[in-house]
Design a protein around this ligand. Structure first.
Ligand code: M6R
Length: 488
């Protein structure tokens, strides 16, 4: 369609750049287009609106791609195009015009910058898959994300931007908007924000929020969570929240040059490094680390924690990379579990409280890369319906840390066993849950307290990875899915 439209204009103007500009001006919605004319293969015209597109510059030629990681083999010098930009590139030159105000474009200057990304960061190295690499990179990713906290020895709002302190002082509630795995991070954060800082918090799926008529409180801070920072629904939901009256917004994002980072008043960059596997892993745990930090900063500001508790939180954050390293040691046991899952068609994931979103994340990981139908339930909901599905063919994964809900969870697990369901329990080191017939247990190396959702994620990521591997699935590029969902 777009090709035909450009060719129609080319028939009149005879100039490819003009034809692309005129065609782009007629397009509705998000696009990133790259066009080459048969007669002039030495020239590329690239245009973007709502979808990411950048230029890569080098002595040996100029390039264009939707993501910097695609160009690291050839250059680290990038130009990020903005909404309505049209770029013309040859091997030794480029220029950019913008068509927002004038259909044929007005010349604009865009900053050339050297990306922090390195070639090694996007290479597999000794790993078989990017997902495996990214799971094992989590200790470093978390350490990098929290580096500023470790050096500051205190929880400062400035970690979220220079304006953050004055915005946070006025904040009376939090609204989190996100999709997929990032939405699950938001759900965990809701528990933390309410319990630690006493701030009311709600979490919404961005694609739903943008089409309803929510009532906005201007002092409720809108937090957009996104690994890519280019998810169309999340970007649109944040804009919509502003139009409904929310005064301030904050991005928790992994890509510094992304649209989300440019769109919000405040920002926190998780420093997970490029995540290439479609299934999000290190982006999720670094989002959680960032969100725990947000809860802790609000708690300090609102004086809901003492100096001693603040120090305990910082110590806990500092210990996280080591704790994750230890959690990764359970891989051999997970490989054994995976053998019992690879031939299954369905699986159930159970959790309670702050671990219910972790069960949701475990189910999402499994279904997205192994194509096994997996559902997550808040364990207390079992008896309201899903228990009917449980029989000996149904593996049931339970996230069972030593928290205040453990006794309740134990009776939910008995309900499963009574129906013949095979239980796979992820428990804390000192858990009272015992292994028995039909009850398999993996104990994490440590009892992680309030950081437990982060640690309990690790076995679930490994489980999804090894089940998919045993099924021979394409772990990094699961069918029908894209890494960044830049369309509705
Ligand atoms: O880039 P984002 O965090 O905004 O992406 C949101 C979802 O598309 C993403 O988390 C998706 O659910 C992942 N494939 C899950 O592994």
């Amino acid at each position: 369609m777009i090709g035909h439209l450009i060719s129609l204009h080319l028939g009149i103007t005879r100039d490819l750049r003009e034809a692309v500009c005129l065609a782009a001006a007629e397009l509705q919605g998000a696009y990133a287009i790259v066009v080459i004319e048969e007669e002039r293969p030495d020239r590329i015209i690239a245009a973007r609106n709502g979808a990411p597109l950048l230029l890569g510059l080098s002595k040996n030629g100029n390039y264009t791609a939707s993501d910097a990681s695609a160009l690291l083999q050839v250059t680290r010098q990038m130009v990020y195009l903005e909404e309505g930009d049209v770029a013309e590139l040859t091997s030794d030159n480029y220029h950019v015009i913008n068509i927002t105000k004038n259909k044929l474009g007005t010349k604009v200057r865009r900053v050339e910058l050297e990306t922090d990304l390195t070639r090694e960061a996007v290479e597999l190295g000794p790993y078989a898959h990017f997902m495996q690499k990214e799971i094992f990179e989590q200790p470093v990713a978390i350490a990098n994300t929290l580096e500023m906290v470790f050096s500051a020895h205190s929880l400062s709002p400035r970690l979220f931007g220079s304006e953050a302190e004055s915005v946070f002082q006025k904040t009376s509630g939090i609204l989190i908007l996100a999709c997929g795995t990032s939405y699950h991070a938001g759900l965990v954060a809701m528990h933390w924000l309410e319990a630690i800082s006493g701030l009311p918090c709600s979490v919404e799926i961005a694609s739903e929020y943008r089409y309803r008529e929510p009532i906005a409180n201007p002092d409720t801070l809108v937090v957009g969570i996104s690994q890519s920072g280019e998810t169309a629904d999340t970007l649109a939901a944040l804009k919509y929240a502003k139009s409904r009256g929310h005064r301030y917004s904050l991005a928790i994002c992994n890509v510094p040059e992304s649209a989300l980072i440019r769109q919000t008043d405040l920002r926190f960059l998780s420093r997970a490094g490029p995540e290439i596997g479609v299934a999000s892993t290190k982006a999720f745990t670094t989002q959680l680390a960032a969100l725990m930090l947000l809860a802790a900063v609000f708690a300090k500001l609102r004086k809901t924690i003492s100096k001693k508790q603040e120090q305990k939180l910082i110590d806990g954050l500092r210990h996280l990379p080591v704790a994750i390293q230890l959690a990764l040691l359970i891989e051999p046991q997970i490989i054994e579990w995976a053998k019992n899952f690879s031939h299954k068609r369905h699986a159930l994931f159970l959790g309670r409280g702050v671990h219910y979103p972790i069960a949701m994340e475990g189910a999402l990981k499994l279904k997205e890369i192994s194509y096994i139908h997996a559902e997550a339930y808040a364990a207390g909901e079992l008896k309201h319906g899903p228990l009917a599905l449980v029989d000996k063919e149904m593996p049931v994964v339970a996230i069972a840390p030593n928290d205040s809900l453990q006794e309740k969870l134990k009776s939910n697990l008995q309900e499963v066993r009574a129906r013949g369901g095979e239980l796979y329990v992820i428990a804390d080191a000192d858990s009272s849950i015992q292994e028995s017939k039909g009850v398999h247990i993996i104990r994490l190396a440590e009892h992680a307290g309030m950081f437990s959702p982060i640690l309990h994620t690790i076995p679930l990521q490994l489980l999804a990875y090894h089940v998919a591997l045993q099924k021979g699935a394409d772990v990094d590029k699961p069918r029908n899915l894209a890494k960044a969902v830049t369309v509705e």
